[in-house]
Design a protein around this ligand. Structure first.
Ligand code: ADP
Length: 491
């Protein structure tokens, strides 16, 4: 704690100012109360002047009631002003000194009266302990009063015949009283300043702690934000990686399946090629036999023609699928009458169906006018043909029905049979390439498994979708859609 050892002021001006402000604030009430008490005593003790000093009563009256008391009351009233804080110690010192000088004057004028000696003690004790003067002001004022007393005593010595030993004793008491009071006040003010200083240090430390706390909080907040951000990034990254992993697994499975299907396809292909080739070659050999009856000849030629047709079918399918895969399949839109198209497919398959003793039905919903649409005739024909061909191939009884209806902006076609049906697990797979070869419950039907793949590719090229609903042994219904573009040309 840095303070001036004599004045007790803090060397730090800022701290000193704060201390003075606080000291003033907490002393103000006490100061006013004590000033009133001192004023009352100072006025009341005028009665003793009247009793013990009738000769000087007029002088003393002027000092008490016309000088000192107005001064005290004036300072009291002034204490309610705002700028009083700036001069309160000085004004109090003046009150102390003036009050003291008044008593000293009375003492010197009437040295035989004991009451004024006691009065000085009251003045000293009030100055040091009652009116809240600070050490430096109380001490200098006290010393000033003792000095004034001595100077006055010498000035008035001849006049009143003041004795040295008497003066010495009084000085001893006054000086002792002042020294005791100074030490006490010094100690009190020192402790008060120490307490204040510690409080200031404490609040500074608290401020520092507050700042450190704040900065720690900020750091924690910033770090938390960073962590949260990183966390979100990690979650996104994990999601991204999972997605990649999922795609990779999917791609791997696809590749494996593709590989498996290809092997199966090759095996099936060799069977599909070899069977008709054997048929052709075998029966061509048989045809060379002499003595062959005409009926046998016709039979063998029929088998050779069938095998050739099967080969041609296969080769056409292969060409189509490779065109689709190479993206070379073009769409040629023309105006067609969809009713005629259905009837054409119906008429085309009617003889074959009748041979199997199955009923073939068709269902045209549109009027002749509505039936004219713009689409690729060849592809629609291929799609319907493929589906009906399959329906015939995989049915031995019942009916096969084909038709269409309008749904929103699409035409939804269907080919319904009452054949062997498809096992649930295979419903999605049948549109994949080479699948016939892969279906394990092979029910011994001819085919390379390319028909539905080509069909699906065609439907998609035309902007539609294909799907199937099927129940084993009850039959299957294949659906496909194409956008319904009604032609502007009407027939
Ligand atoms: P495939 O030349 O073998 O007929 P597809 O691609 O036309 O080749 O058909 C794939 C598979 O879908 C067939 O092998 C068959 O198992 C099944 N399938 C297709 N249509 C039908 C149907 N109408 N009824 C039952 N199964 C069918």
């Amino acid at each position: 704690m840095n303070l001036n050892k004599i004045t007790l002021s803090f060397t730090n001006k800022n701290i000193e100012e704060k201390f003075r402000k606080e000291y003033f604030d907490k002393s103000l009430i006490m100061f006013r109360v004590s000033l009133i008490i001192v004023t009352i005593f100072y006025a009341a003790f005028g009665y003793f002047d009247y009793v013990s000093s009738p000769n000087f009563y007029q002088d003393f009256f002027i000092i008490r009631y016309l000088i000192v008391l107005p001064l005290f009351l004036g300072v009291f009233l002034f204490s309610f002003k705002k700028y009083y804080i700036k001069v309160w110690q000085q004004l109090l010192s003046i009150c102390y000194v003036v009050g003291g000088l008044g008593i000293i004057y009375m003492l010197l004028r009437n040295p035989n009266n004991i009451q004024y000696y006691g009065g000085m003690f009251l003045i000293f004790s009030s100055g040091y302990f009652l009116v809240k003067l600070r050490f430096i002001w109380a001490s200098t004022s006290g010393i000033f009063l003792i000095a004034s007393y001595n100077i006055g005593a010498f000035l008035f010595q001849d006049l009143y015949d003041l004795q040295y030993d008497y003066l010495f004793i009084i000085n001893a008491f006054y000086i002792a009283a002042n020294i005791i009071s100074m030490i006490a006040l010094y100690n009190m003010e020192f402790l008060e300043r120490k307490d204040f200083h510690q409080r200031i240090l404490l609040s500074e430390k608290q401020d520092e702690i507050g700042i450190i706390n704040q900065s720690l909080e900020n750091q924690v907040k910033e770090r938390t934000q960073q962590l949260n951000k990183r966390n979100t990034e990690l979650v996104t990254e994990i999601g991204y990686r999972n997605e990649i992993e999922r795609k990779l697994v999917f791609a791997k499975e696809k590749a494996e399946e593709s590989d498996r299907l290809k092997s199966a396809f090759l095996a099936n292909m060799s069977h599909e090629i070899r069977t008709p080739m054997n048929g052709i070659l075998g029966f061509a050999d048989l045809l060379e036999q002499p003595m062959l009856s005409e009926e046998d000849q016709r039979k063998y030629i029929g088998i050779i023609q069938n095998s050739g047709a099967r080969m041609l079918n296969l080769i056409n399918d292969l060409i189509d699928i490779s065109k689709v895969e190479a993206g070379q399949m073009e769409v040629v839109n023309t105006d067609i009458n969809i009713n005629r198209q259905i009837e054409y497919v119906y008429a085309f398959f009617k003889p074959e169906v009748e041979k199997k003793k199955i009923q073939l039905l068709y269902n045209n919903q549109f009027t002749e006018e509505e039936a004219i649409i713009k689409t690729d005739k060849e592809k629609i024909n291929a799609i319907l043909t493929n589906l009906v061909k399959n329906a015939i191939k995989y049915s031995d009884k019942g009916t096969i029905e084909l038709g269409y209806k309008k749904k929103n902006n699409n035409l939804e076609f269907y080919v319904k049979d009452t054949g062997i049906g498809i096992i649930g697990a295979q419903l999605d797979a049948i549109f994949d390439r080479f699948v016939q070869a892969d279906i394990s419950d092979t029910r011994a039907y001819q085919g390379a498994g390319l028909g539905l793949t080509i069909t699906k590719a065609y439907v998609e090229i035309l902007g539609g979708k294909i799907w199937v609903k099927s129940v084993v042994d009850k039959g299957s219904t294949f659906y496909f859609t194409i956008p319904y573009h009604q032609s502007t040309i009407h027939c």
